[in-house]
Design a protein around this ligand. Structure first.
Ligand code: ADP
Length: 474
């Protein structure tokens, strides 16, 4: 089975590309939002601290008209203080003039926080954001003037830790939702790409099924597929048409050449035979020469006839006269002829009627029995079995010869293929016999199978359908 994830596939590359792009997009957007939120938070607190410093100065100016300066400053601080905001005023020599109640509250006193804060802030003039004891603070330091007189240094410190933590929580939620969105997006993208590539897979399957036999009738149709796939299918169809035309041309050429050569060769063969029969004054070497010429002419005529049969069958020009035939009778007729020559055939026939072309079936059986006789020793029997199996009639031709190597089993049906051992043999056929047998059997809607074991023998099985409607492939 193919591995589920193929790093070389378009599906994998597109999916990874889309996931990377969406990860970058989503995380970039989330990061930007987070940054902006932090900036807005800090800016708003800075504005607030500045505003408190400004207003406090105005308030203290107003109160000073009816009370002493120190009290006026305290009143102004009291008015402006909030739980998260600490305010104090120091004189030029560092003495604390006034402070808000918040500085003495529990949360500002933990670990001497208020003291450390005062020392730290003294070194940070103006508006600043900093961290102290894990607390985030915005500080604003400015001179406090009442009636143009400098009273001291005013410090406003805003504790933004809580807002900061809320922001962190929002950031975490955003990151989690982004991750979820990326995962859902990845699954959806993968499914979408898979769906989009479906026509290409279908096309590859269809192209894989094309063979010389169905070349002429095969067309790749993809009406609803994407434009690129339709274009590819069109190009493939044009290529198939060209291949089919070339294939037809080659078949016609073989058929024409075989036909043209067979007629004169038959004449030559006839002339050689009659010369051999009639001439009584030939010397032995002359006679031997003429016999060799006649036998070679005969072999070539058979080869041409085989080629002609193959070309006709491949081109669909061979007509089959398929009828319901009692196969035991057909097989018996063939065996009578063959046994007359060899006497080695043992029939095991169960009567069965099947759909077949009588004369083509005889041609098939003669070829297979001839091979069994040729490729097994003279003292071994050939078993010919006829039996019904399901919706088929099986005819088995079993020999106890040398068998066929496993690597050649699929090739023996190819035209001109002969097992190595037989290529060098002067006797034997042309290597076309089994191609013709297969073509004829398939022309009768049957199948041909072979089983073989080296040194033990071979079984060729012809399966012919018993009834038209019920016929299924072997
Ligand atoms: P040929 O004319 O050479 O017999 P075929 O097409 O009939 O050609 O067979 C192809 C090859 O398959 C043969 O050359 C032979 O090597 C092998 N073959 C066919 N039938 C048998 C068999 N019964 N036993 C062993 N080998 C066989």
């Amino acid at each position: 089975m193919k591995s589920v994830v193929d790093p070389n596939s378009i599906q994998f590359r597109l999916t990874v590309g889309m996931i990377l792009a969406s990860t970058l997009g989503i995380s970039g957007f989330t990061g930007w939002i987070n940054l902006r939120m932090r900036q807005i938070l800090v800016e708003s607190h800075k504005d607030n601290a500045l505003m408190i410093a400004d207003r406090l100065e105005q308030d203290a100016g107003l109160y000073e008209e009816s009370m002493i300066v120190k009290e006026a400053v305290y009143m102004a601080i009291d008015y402006r203080e909030q739980p998260d905001i600490a305010i104090w005023v120091e004189s030029a020599d560092g003495t604390l003039l006034a402070e808000s109640n918040t500085l003495s509250m529990g949360s500002w006193q933990v670990n001497g926080f208020a003291k450390k804060l005062m020392t730290e802030v003294a070194n940070r003039p103006g508006l600043e954001v900093f961290e102290l004891q894990n607390r985030h603070l915005v500080t604003c330091s400015s001179q406090l003037k009442i009636d143009d007189q400098v009273i001291g240094q005013l410090y406003v410190v805003d504790d933004i830790t809580e807002d900061h933590e809320s922001l962190n929580r929002i950031t975490r939620t955003l990151a989690l939702s982004s991750l979820l969105a990326i995962c859902v997006g990845a699954i959806a993208t993968s499914l979408y790409i898979r769906r989009s590539l479906h026509p290409i897979r279908k096309m590859s399957r269809l192209a894989g099924d094309i063979s010389a036999n169905n070349l002429a009738d095969t067309r790749l149709e993809f009406d609803k597929a994407p434009t690129e796939v339709q274009e590819l299918a069109q190009t493939c169809n044009m290529m198939i048409s060209r291949l089919s035309a070339a294939w037809d041309q080659q078949r016609r050429f073989v058929s024409d050449v075989s036909h043209e050569l067979r007629t004169p060769l038959t004449l030559v063969h006839g002339y050689l035979q009659s010369t051999l029969r009639r001439s009584s004054n030939l010397t032995d070497p002359q006679k031997e020469g003429l016999e060799i010429a006649a036998s070679e002419a005969n072999r070539t005529i058979r080869l041409l006839q085989d080629l002609l049969d193959l070309a006709r069958a491949d081109g669909g020009h061979m007509r089959f006269n398929i009828e319901r035939e009692p196969l035991q009778e057909v097989v018996k007729e063939v065996l009578e002829t063959c046994n007359y020559v060899s006497g080695r055939i043992q029939p095991e026939l169960t009567p069965v009627t099947a759909l077949a072309d009588r004369s083509r079936l005889k041609q098939v059986l003669i070829n297979l029995i001839d091979n069994a006789l040729k490729y097994s020793p003279d003292d071994r029997p050939i078993i010919v079995k006829l039996k019904p199996v399901g919706n088929y009639a099986y005819i088995e031709i079993k020999d106890k010869g040398r068998g066929i190597p496993l690597s050649d089993l699929t090739k023996i049906f190819d035209p001109f293929f002969r097992v190595d051992e037989d290529r060098s043999r002067a006797t034997g056929g042309t290597g076309l016999g089994l191609s013709i047998v297969k073509t004829l059997v398939e022309g009768m809607n049957g199948t041909l199978k072979v089983q073989s074991k080296l040194g033990e023998g071979s079984v060729f099985t012809v399966a012919l359908p018993i009834e038209k409607a019920k016929a299924q492939r072997l």
